[in-house]
Write a protein that binds this ligand. Structure first.
Ligand code: SF4
Length: 245
């Protein structure tokens, strides 16, 4: 078996006519893959390793796929997907261009879970320009800073709290945080820090908004190193996301 690699994604605007299920689905949206591969190299991530090298779709190619896909499917939401979408080198221009084009229509844009260090409030504002703020999703993955260094997620607790606080301050009320347990070298203290981080996020969110009406959903997935432990923070748990980030 040999791996085949499509080097120019613009030559493969796939799928041209997305299938639309007759039944209601969890994600009623059209997906456009904006790039393949990931440069980050998180240690637990198989997808980031096996989909190398990074290949980006062009702004023009993405615009054409969005237009053709919406026409063929009738969807009103477009998900700009990839392993780490905010890392596309032109994500700001892509989001602005699409937001300009679909301003005043029912069409909205979304990104999958975002690395804390790749999040940018201007980008988030573009994605929510039509008034919808469906919620932001971040993936710090490890509960403690020590563990995040082990898995190569170089995000501090302050980074996360500041980023989420900015989002709450800009009008978002729903934030999801993804974590993993069962990571190499993990101790119970690392796991307990997940709850502490969620508490900190809620505290900071309430402080900046002046209201108790904010939501933080914590989702914890187990790696295969040891049996899955699952718990939830101040919100309800959600299924593990399908992509990295
Ligand atoms: S977890 Fe996300 S950011 Fe890290 S290597 Fe995988 S896809 Fe890239």
């Amino acid at each position: 078996m040999h791996k085949r690699t499509v080097m120019d994604l613009d030559e493969w605007p796939y799928p041209k006519q997305p299938l639309v299920p007759l039944a209601e689905t969890v994600h009623e949206r059209m997906s456009v893959e904006i790039f393949r591969g990931c440069t980050r190299g998180c240690r637990f991530c198989q997808a980031g390793m096996i989909t190398r090298p990074v290949r980006e779709r062009s702004i023009t190619g993405i615009g054409e796929m969005v237009e053709a896909g919406l026409k063929a499917s009738g969807y009103e939401e477009v998900g700009l997907l990839s392993l780490s979408s905010a890392d596309h080198s032109e994500i700001g221009d892509i989001a602005k261009g699409l937001a300009d084009r679909y301003e005043g229509t029912q069409t909205s844009l979304s990104l999958p879970s975002t690395r804390v260090d790749a999040f940018n409030i201007d980008l988030a504002q573009e994605l929510s320009r039509n008034g919808r703020r469906p919620g932001l999703t971040f993936a710090p993955e490890g509960g403690s800073e020590r563990l995040r260094k082990v898995i190569n997620k170089m995000v501090s607790k302050d980074d996360l709290v500041n980023t989420v606080t900015t989002a709450y301050g800009a009008g978002w009320r729903q934030v999801k945080l993804y974590f993993m347990v069962g990571l190499p070298t993990e101790t119970d203290e690392d796991v307990l820090e997940i709850a502490e981080m969620a508490r900190e996020v809620i505290r900071a969110g309430r402080l900046i908004t002046g209201t108790r009406d904010i939501r933080c959903t914590v989702s914890i997935g187990g790696s295969c190193r040891r049996p899955t432990r699952r718990s939830s923070g101040p919100g309800s748990s959600t299924p593990r996301r399908p992509t990295g980030g």
